[in-house]
Design a protein around this ligand. Structure first.
Ligand code: DC
Length: 223
């Protein structure tokens, strides 16, 4: 089975996707990490994020690998482990900017389809159910109130040593959501057939239980 999880920043996609992959013994693929890895390399090389041709070539020519168990996913670009570097807020913002470029998306979507081709994967992102695997067995659109999402992201950032106010995290998240939802190529949308889950006020265990119900329902429909 392919399980697709999409939704805005800070809705809890990674936590849910990791928990599902662990429970089901599936591969966990974080596609946001792939956009972040390309963005990190662009920043590192001092390239212009707005240069479409250069960004497209960068995405197509970089070797991006995701390795390890769901709870210890390592993100590699050209053989270098960039897992901690790509979690910085400025890399998230750069990832959102380059993800509006169609040639970048084309290169990464092709790679994502290869990675998921064998099935047995939980893939999270913004366009998994709408574009990468529209025929996924289970499609979830995970949402939460903007207050909940900002608090969650602010807590994560503080834990990883990034300082900043809750208000600035909220402003950043809102700007990123606006960019991700209004871009022309594969904007963030709830795709046809996706189940809408609102994680506001729910515990992780409650969200995982709701998602597992959907998986069981899909499995029984197939047998
Ligand atoms: O999930 P994330 O915050 O790590 O993603 C970083 C950015 O990458 C996000 O703001 C938009 C982009 N992205 C995308 O366009 N499509 C995806 N499938 C995943 C992420």
């Amino acid at each position: 089975m392919i399980i697709a999880i999409d939704g805005p920043a800070g809705a809890g996609k990674s936590t849910l996707a990791r928990a599902l992959a662990r429970r089901l013994g599936y591969l966990y693929i974080n596609t946001g990490a792939m956009y972040r890895a390309v963005a990190w390399k662009a920043l590192q090389e001092g390239l212009s994020l707005e240069d479409e041709a250069q960004m497209g070539a960068l995405a197509a020519d970089s070797l991006i690998e995701l390795k390890g168990a769901p709870d210890d996913l390592r993100v590699m670009i050209d053989g270098r482990d960039v897992t901690s570097e790509i979690s910085l807020p400025e890399v998230g913002k750069a990832a959102s900017i380059i993800s509006t470029i169609s040639t970048v998306r084309r290169a990464l979507v092709a790679r994502q389809r290869e990675m998921g081709a064998m099935g047995g994967v939980v893939m999270e992102g913004r366009d998994i159910g709408s574009k990468v695997f529209p025929g996924a067995s289970v499609k979830i659109f995970l949402d939460a109130s903007s207050g909940d999402r900002s608090r969650r992201r602010h807590r994560q950032d503080t834990r990883s040593g990034v300082s900043g106010s809750l208000a600035s995290t909220k402003a950043e998240i809102e700007e990123r959501d606006r960019r991700d939802s209004t871009r022309l190529d594969s904007p963030l949308i709830k795709s046809e057939g996706a189940h809408y889950l609102d994680s506001s006020g729910l515990s992780i265990d409650e969200v995982v239980a709701l998602a597992l119900d959907l998986v069981v329902e899909a499995q029984s429909g197939r047998s």
